[in-house]
Design a protein around this ligand. Structure first.
Ligand SMILES: [Zn+2]
Length: 457
């Protein structure tokens, strides 16, 4: 088997691993590059060897694992795309929203003339996303599946790994008795996530591809509820509002769960408006309710996630919200403030020291969120410099990613030691730290591949 690392090999985005196995080319994940401009520019490159993939398997719906699929389809690619049922449902929301954002960005750049290109074009359109969605084939997790077509001699198994609704590790088993077995972790979730069950043990693997987002650190034991309670009460006591830039899928639902519990327990005022200003988060919340059986929380709590929450639907309502002087808690996307409605709220709230902006997850280097969390005193939004006088902080306890210890514990549950392990999906320091731990603690043969590198495995 050969593996070509075409993304998430020198960072956490653009997950794309092209596997050649028994004469068939399979692409594991088809992710969008995000963060640094240097990385984002790769989204515009020709698909090159990705065109040759005969099938695609997507580990989970996050855009850094799935968001380039419509671009590949725009370049003419057609073939089956295997996903879990939860991932299929979330992709309907995420890919269409991503296409919408791409179209909006291009429109805005043309309107305000801040594109350096002659005429800004979207990376892909809604039509491309719809075409990509028509290629999805849902495979139930937990048992080996024999696909049709090019992969008909292989088997595929999805193993739930927490992290996000539908997220799974992928096992690709080559044909024949001596066929090798590759396990790709996707993104591994936490042992004690608020919404998702703990990751299930991975299959036995000859070759392992493991993520390393938090490969160099253990999460602080942060009591998210208490921290949010403190921030909310202090901020509204001073007449300010709390803005939670949040990933619309997964994180928004976890934050709603915490805020609902705080309200029910009387730890934050019952009158305090909780506002959900993200059409995508609203759709995702409906999907989390629909898939309540796959969650860790009791069904009635899952069904009540949005009870009493003020739902903003139109852009005009969203703009009016920002002008309001009533203290409130606003959840809005995107989570790294790279786009979406949260930008209008940031523009309005950042210059005023009464407000508090709380980022609730990992911020990719180079993103606006990373700059704000890093303490920058002004940020550029829609081509305009905005001073930062509001308090900016970050919650760590809601991370959807296993930390160093949890990743090692997950790998240690493999039924036999892999012959080769490749550490992917981490900033260089995190990937290398996890490589050392795997070598020293587990005694496995392990390395960190470079972007574009091809290995025999
Ligand atoms: Zn993910």
């Amino acid at each position: 088997m050969k593996i070509r690392f075409l993304g998430a090999a020198d960072g956490v985005t653009g997950s794309r691993h092209l596997v050649t196995s028994a004469g068939v080319q399979v692409l594991l994940d088809c992710g969008l590059f995000q963060g640094y401009k240097l990385h984002r520019e790769r989204n515009w490159a020709d698909p090159g060897p990705l065109r040759e993939a005969e099938a695609i398997v997507i580990s989970h719906a996050h855009l850094d694992h799935s968001g380039w699929l419509p671009a590949l389809v725009k370049h003419g690619w057609r073939g089956p795309v295997y996903v879990s049922p939860g991932t299929r449902d979330l992709l309907k929301v995420l890919l269409l929203d991503s296409a919408h954002l791409q179209e909006e960005d291009a429109r805005r750049a043309n309107r305000y003339g801040f594109s350096r290109h002659e005429k800004a074009l979207p990376l892909y359109t809604r039509a491309d996303a719809l075409r990509a969605l028509s290629l999805l084939v849902a495979v139930p997790p937990g048992r080996a599946f024999r696909p049709d077509g090019a992969l008909s001699r292989h088997t595929l198994t999805f193993t739930p790994v927490g992290h996000l609704l539908g997220a799974c590790a992928v096992t690709l088993q080559e044909p024949g008795r001596s066929g090798r077995r590759l396990v790709f972790s996707g993104d591994v979730g936490r042992q004690h996530d608020l919404l998702m069950p703990a990751p299930q043990a991975p299959d036995a693997a000859d070759v392992l591809l493991v993520e390393s987002t938090y490969g160099n650190r253990d999460h602080a034991q942060e009591d998210v509820a208490t921290r949010l309670e403190t921030i909310v009460n202090a901020t509204i006591g001073g007449g300010g509002s709390v803005l939670l830039p949040t990933f619309a899928v997964g994180r928004a639902q976890a934050l709603l769960l915490v805020l609902q519990r705080l309200k029910r327990a009387g730890r934050i005022p019952a009158w305090l408006p909780i506002v959900l200003d993200s059409p995508m988060a609203q759709e995702a919340t409906a999907l989390y309710r629909h898939h309540a059986a796959e969650l860790r929380v009791p069904r009635r709590e899952a069904l009540a996630l949005a009870d009493g929450v003020r739902i903003i639907t139109t852009g005009a309502q969203s703009q009016r919200l920002t002008a309001s002087r009533v203290p409130m808690v606003v959840l809005s996307a995107s989570g790294m403030a790279t786009g979406g409605r949260v930008l209008h709220h940031l523009k309005a709230l950042l210059p005023d020291p009464r407000h508090h902006v709380v980022f609730a997850g990992f911020q990719v280097g180079g993103s606006r969120g990373a700059r704000l969390v890093g303490g920058e005193r002004e940020v550029k939004i829609h081509g305009e410099m905005v001073p930062v006088r509001a308090t900016v902080s970050q919650l760590e306890g809601l991370s959807g990613h296993a930390d160093r210890g949890e990743l090692l514990a997950w790998m240690a549950r493999l039924k036999r030691k892999p012959e080769q392990t490749f550490v992917v999906h981490g900033e260089p320091a995190a990937a290398d730290a996890l490589r050392c731990e795997i070598q020293n603690l587990l005694g496995w043969r392990v390395r960190v591949p470079q972007h574009g590198e091809e290995v025999e495995a």
